[in-house]
Design a protein around this ligand. Structure first.
Ligand code: AMP
Ligand code: GLY
Length: 419
């Protein structure tokens, strides 16, 4: 099979790495890919959001399967566009991807189908939203409706902060049209966790649990990022909680999507919070998480291509998905300044030393390769994943390896997996 993977971050590197092990796969393309991906796949210079360009490429190369990994091409309908040309594609259709691309859609779905989540109101009028926050209880959570690079959620401690957030989102439009509507919701307290699942729209099969660290600095300090590290399994996601989530959240969600006329096929990511009133949904993502994927796929025994094809064919119930009984940790090495401004183009040293270490994987995120050397090319540069028999050993191994890599202004958290 010829496979095309859409995207160019650490998540896509992990997907390409995993499918390169499938005996069914003869050739992998990745668009746009990155420096590390170019070592195991042919990178193609097409933007992940270029629907027409991607469809044309898939047609020209007679691609047997296109895997659409990032949120924005899914929200733009890349899977629909590929399927309209008779091409096989993995990922939810545009109407199903709304579960991530519109928080208003997701909240209304949860309310209608009694899926536990925070209480909320929706506003498309700035004045009305400002009126509402005058009498609300604080802290209060304000969310832009649409995609906002993970920055669209603001936790307001008081009325001034809430008003500032509303103004930024609805008047100044810092997230563009994503701020045409806002969700204002109740602040929940509890431990956060996430679990991803494979679903063909009828059957849903959870993956092993994982947890990410969103804040930039140790001790969960500093600004929110795309994710500074992950570990799997989660320390809080017990079998009892897993059962509760499957019954009260996962099954009802896929039934709800089917009833709404937008059956979800692909990977569904449940961002959860364990409150004293049970587990509630904070958010859904319509795709693999980044960097969750970098600790989940190394634990997967089953051929990922078999899972993708079973989902596309609506036969997920016929497949037995197997996991290793081990643990994995991924530490992200970032450019100084990230998630704010940072410089690119620094040479990365030490990658070769890691290349053949057992149970260590380097997933490139923001890198390029020129004349055999790797250079930084993004905020999150590399993810170092270590696999071991338990979490503590995986943490130790990951940090041992992190020390071998360096580039100018590199920074990372030293407490991944510890919380
Ligand atoms: P989201 O993108 O919706 O997951 O929100 C990003 C982060 O904001 C979450 O991981 C939580 O830490 C926080 N958050 C979102 N909604 C709430 C809420 N209702 N109560 C407390 N924290 C929240
Ligand atoms: N790590 C969170 C996400 O992929 O959205």
């Amino acid at each position: 099979m010829k496979v095309l993977v859409v995207g160019g971050g650490g998540r896509e590197h992990a997907i390409v790495w995993k499918i390169s092990q499938s005996p069914k796969v003869s050739k992998i393309y990745c668009a746009p890919g990155n420096g590390g991906i170019s070592d195991i796949a042919e990178c193609v210079d097409i933007r992940a959001t270029d629907i027409d360009g991607m469809v044309q490429f898939a047609k020209d190369k007679q691609i047997d399967l296109t895997v659409v990994a990032p949120d924005d091409p899914l929200a733009l309908g890349m899977v629909d566009a590929l399927e309209a040309e008779g091409l096989k594609a993995f990922g939810p259709a545009k109407n199903a991807a709304q579960i991530e691309s519109s928080k208003v859609f997701a909240k209304r779905l949860m309310k209608k189908y009694s899926i536990p989540t925070a209480e909320y109101e929706v506003f498309d009028d700035y004045e009305k939203a400002v009126e509402y926050i005058k009498t609300a209880e604080y802290p209060l959570v304000i969310k832009a409706d649409g995609l906002a690079l993970g920055k669209g959620v603001i936790i307001a401690e008081n009325r001034e902060k809430a008003e500032e957030a509303l103004k930024a989102i609805m008047v100044e439009k810092i997230f563009g049209n994503s701020g045409n509507q806002v969700v204002i919701e109740e602040f929940l307290t509890g431990t956060e966790g996430s679990v991803l699942a494979f679903t063909d729209g009828k059957t849903i099969i959870p993956m092993v649990s994982s947890q990410d660290h969103k804040r930039a600095y140790d001790g969960d300090k500093g600004p929110n990022t795309g994710g500074m590290g992950t570990f799997s399994p989660s320390r809080v996601y017990t079998p009892d909680i897993a059962k509760e989530v499957e019954k009260n959240i996962m099954e009802p969600t896929i039934k709800a999507m089917e009833q709404e006329g937008c059956p979800f096929k692909g990977v569904l990511y449940f961002g959860l919070i364990l409150t004293d009133k049970g587990v509630k949904v904070l958010e859904y993502n319509a795709r693999f998480g980044d960097p969750e994927t970098q600790v989940i796929l190394p634990r997967l025994k089953t051929d990922l291509i078999d899972i993708f094809l079973a989902i596309i064919d609506g036969e997920l119930d016929k497949i037995d998905i197997q996991w290793e009984d081990n643990a994995a940790v991924c530490v992200i090495l970032a450019s100084g300044g990230y998630p704010g401004d940072y410089k690119k183009g620094y040479e990365i040293f030490g990658i070769e030393a890691l290349e053949n270490c057992p149970d260590t994987l380097i997933f490139h995120a923001g890198t390029t390769k020129k004349n055999g050397k790797y250079y930084t090319n993004g905020g999150r540069v590399l993810g170092i994943t270590a696999v071991a028999e338990n979490l503590d050993k995986a943490i130790e191994k990951a940090y041992e390896k992190v020390k071998l890599v360096s580039f100018t202004d590199m920074y990372y958290r030293t407490d991944i997996g510890i919380k």
